[in-house]
Design a protein around this ligand. Sequence first.
Ligand code: ADP
Ligand code: ZN
Length: 717
Amino acid sequence: MEVNQQKLETDQMEKAYDILNKYFGFDSFRPLQAEIIEHALAGKDSLVLMPTGGGKSLCFQIPALVMEGTCIVLSPLISLMQDQVEGLRGNGVKAAFLNSSQDQYEQQGIERELQAGEIDILYVSPEKLTSSFFLSFLETLKINLIAIDEAHCISSWGHDFRPEYTQLSFLKERFAGVPIMALTATADRITREDILAQLQIEAANQFVSSFDRPNLSLKVLPGKDRLNVILRFIEERPGQSGIIYCLSRKGTEDLAKKLNKNGIDAAFYHAGMSSRDRAQIQQDFIYDRTGIICATIAFGMGIDKSNVRFVMHYNLPKNLESYYQEIGRAGRDGLASDTVLFFTYADVIKLQSFVDQAGQKDLQNEKLKRMIQYAESAHCRRKVLLGYFGDDLQEDCGNCDVCDDPPERFDGTIIAQKALSCIARVKERAGMNMIVDVLRGSAKKDLIQRGYDKIRTYGAGANISAYHWSRYMLQLLNLGLFEIAYDDHNVVKLTEQSEAVLFKGKKIELVRPLSLSERSQKKTFTRKKSKTQLVQEALFEALKTLRAEIAAEQKMVPDLIFTDATLLEMSNKRPVTLRNLRETEGVSEYKLEQFGERFTKLIFDFLQEKAQAGEKVKGSTYFQTYELLQQGKELEAIAHERGLGVATIYGHIAHLYLEGFNVDLKEYITTPELFAVKRAVDKHGQSSNTKQHFEFLEGKIGYGKIKIGMLILKNAK
Ligand code: ADP
Ligand code: ZN
């Protein structure tokens, strides 16, 4: 009995791998996916916590296809539901959705298909799932799994609570024996427990994957001169999709206009626009028709676009939760993507005033503080960020600006003393900028009027630039050496800790900031590209253009044809035959059939063009040989013309043959030679190497010919 059970489980996992390859075009599972799938196949409940882009969908889609019956997926966002179903259908999976966007007839049509067992995965909205009529209908079907996507919506502790989600406790009772899988990207421990309790699956296994998104670079830059930094950044990334988050509606409009003025295709998006306009902008972004969106935080929910290559924050977000969620929209395809946060003191003041007006003031205040600490961090940013979410990173990440350019620390006690003493001498009645002006000995009118030019510390820090002073002040603020009275005209006040510095000689360590120009010029964004990279990028761009053409013809989201990750692999490996294309990650059987020819043809033409131009790029050397063969040239002549050995040309012929080119191997070997190779192969076996055959034949037949002979013999079998 137990043995049979085990055999069943192994068989099922084998089936899971077949499905992964056939329908999704992938060869291996990502961390945790296999375990989660195995768990569901064994009929057990689970809670899956994975970051955005971690690959949650496959966790339920695969068991849904392995097991008999239909999988029900509860999903709160209609737009996402449609995208997911389209994506599945694009891979030949029988999927459908039911929600309020459809009329009665459409819904009935799908219900008929369900009854006939023609749907493997059904997405439903919470309203639909909780209607008693529909539930009774579901009970007549064979349900193999219930997946609850965005499960944090269940909990009022979560940040995106939806009341319809709270009525799901009946699922476990009504569908006894059907495994439930709850999935989310954001849930702390309390929320997780709440999810399990409400679904009545307390015993469910929790699969928690790391929150790290190593493909996202993290960078914080001073906010001064943002526009120019952004312009240069975009200039270096032609054709890439990106989101720039701004604090205010007007901010999004202004920035988009400025970008437009500089010839950049950007649009703005905020909640003050009509829903029609907003939908249009989203669509244009998803279809790669608009490259860059300047948006408030209203943008992003419900956008399933895997190739967002950068997310910038023009202004400081109000907490790390929002920040992490927003940057998380970059690089869902797992390819390297950039995030940039611009940090200014002006934003701190603005956000502080929002906090003061909002509820839960202390909590929000604390969160804002942690956000500022992150932006000012002199330690690996990813460590700080993940640490905040309780996910400890052992090593520095190597993909943030602090790791790239570790800050230089020095004894800043005197600087701290000067600043604090200045605060004391203006009797804690001045704001941060004024303190800097006094320290620098500025002759500004209001400074003189207030008599600050008479105090002892006036001009005491004139040797330090205003920019450096403002950076030091922020560090001192973060160290808790003074506070800002947000409720009292933002004046700077001393704290208990200031005393230790002022009177007890406490040492303070500061970090030397790079000047603005150093920061934004030095190692900002550019990496010099090699010729190989440029060629590969050119092919990648050409593949993207083809994808856009197909998307427009078939009115399909480009992502659903092939993702950027897939196109990138194509541009590296350059498959020109369908068989080789199928080996590319993300090329499923169904997609190969639909689009394969057009992509291999493009790669073929690209390589041919390079070969004709005499350019040596990866893959083009074979083409050059092929071209010359087509012209009817002899091998020796080709070798001579190309400055290569004859054996190499034989190698090319073997390669071309394997790539599926039209070459007749028999032309390159005589019958007696072929027999000789056969004797060698018979003696040592097919799998032995060419060297053995070469030696067996006493060097009478060259390596190239042996290879060709072996190929012919192999195929004759
Ligand atoms: P999530 O729902 O967790 O945000 P998705 O399920 O949308 O993530 O997956 C994100 C991306 O990762 C998709 O482009 C998906 O095709 C890809 N992906 C998922 N699993 C694998 C895998 N095993 N191998 C390669 N790519 C994968
Ligand atoms: Zn780092």
